[in-house]
Design a protein around this ligand. Structure first.
Ligand code: ASP
Length: 312
């Protein structure tokens, strides 16, 4: 029995200023985080697995239009919406992932089904959709995901001839009562990305990684940078091979090869002893955690007054 069980989640990291997010919007984000946190925490509290807990937390955010995953996923150049997601079980080191998949209501559940029911780790595009239908996972029409606001966001990004990043990808890490770690990440990618572009989130070791021996990590930020820096696996490697603490390893993974690999790297990480780290270089990270019966911690801004002793 492990008494250090708990869960930590993120709903993305951005460089917005306080003027760009109204009090009402912030309150809505905080509520969304709390709902997701409790969805995952309940699974652990009832004796469920870390895998089921991270799936529950991520599903909750995928069903919330505020976050860039599932229902809230952003638009590519041609207005299509494609999902990337991954889940990893730290006990078995099995993983499931999807890249560039449309129409699936809960991408993280498709990733988990691939992990548990197929011989493969990653399925992409229409093959993944067919697999989802075979397992009767809920599919939605384009209309379910589309909003006028998303279209405006896409137009803005097109005017600036850029992709808009840092947009509320979601993720979770958890340690269950049996000492098992898991990580999950789900995203709609970047606004104005090319159709078919896949980011770091579903790449095991880049955006998502879990290994019971050491830690679990879920990233958000500039996918092109994170996948070249193998950020999630670097947190693991610095702990495993250099003997660093979770905090030190997180700092090292965040800054490694910064001279050659651009873009922001942000992540939530948890080690086998239940320590939690929120590492981010943006102004804000939508984040929350709850350890055992301790009260929930929910925060948005970097300088938030609510102190979290393990924050990098
Ligand atoms: N990392 C995600 C991607 O590149 C985006 C994000 O985290 O906002 O697809």
């Amino acid at each position: 029995m492990n008494n250090n069980w708990g869960i930590a989640i993120h709903g993305g990291a951005e460089n917005k200023t306080k003027k760009e997010i109204s009090e009402a919007q912030q309150a809505a984000y905080e509520q969304g985080l709390e709902n997701a946190l409790i969805a995952g925490w309940r699974v652990l509290n009832d004796g469920g697995s870390a895998v089921d807990a991270v799936e529950a937390a991520v599903r909750s955010m995928e069903n919330n239009r505020l976050f860039n995953a599932g229902k809230g996923a952003s638009l590519a150049t041609d207005q299509s919406i494609e999902f990337d997601a991954a889940i990893m079980d730290g006990k078995t080191m099995k993983a499931g992932a999807i890249g560039g998949v449309k129409h699936i209501k809960n991408p993280i559940t498709l990733a988990k089904t691939i992990m548990q029911k197929s011989k493969h780790v990653m399925l992409c595009a229409t093959g993944a959709e067919d697999f989802a239908r075979e397992y009767e996972l809920e599919m939605k029409s384009d209309q379910y995901f589309w909003t006028e606001e998303k279209e405006k966001e896409l137009e803005e990004a097109k005017k600036e001839k850029d992709v808009a990043g840092g947009h509320d990808t979601v993720g979770a890490v958890a340690l269950d009562r049996n000492g098992n770690l898991a990580a999950a990440t789900s995203t709609g990618g970047l606004v104005n990305q090319l159709p078919g572009r896949v980011g770091d989130s579903p790449i095991i070791g880049s955006g998502t990684y879990a290994n019971n021996e050491v830690c679990a990590v879920s990233c958000t930020g500039d996918g092109e940078g994170i996948m070249r820096a193998n950020t999630a696996h670097e947190v693991y490697a610095h702990m495993k091979y250099k003997g660093l603490s979770l905090k030190e390893a997180s700092q090292a993974a965040m800054t490694l090869y910064k001279d050659r690999i651009e873009g922001d790297r942000n992540f939530v990480a948890m080690d086998k002893d239940g320590n939690i780290e929120f590492s981010f270089e943006t102004n804000l990270m939508f984040r929350a955690c709850k350890k055992g019966d301790e009260p929930s911690y929910v925060a948005v801004w970097k300088d938030e007054e609510v102190a979290w002793e393990n924050e990098a």
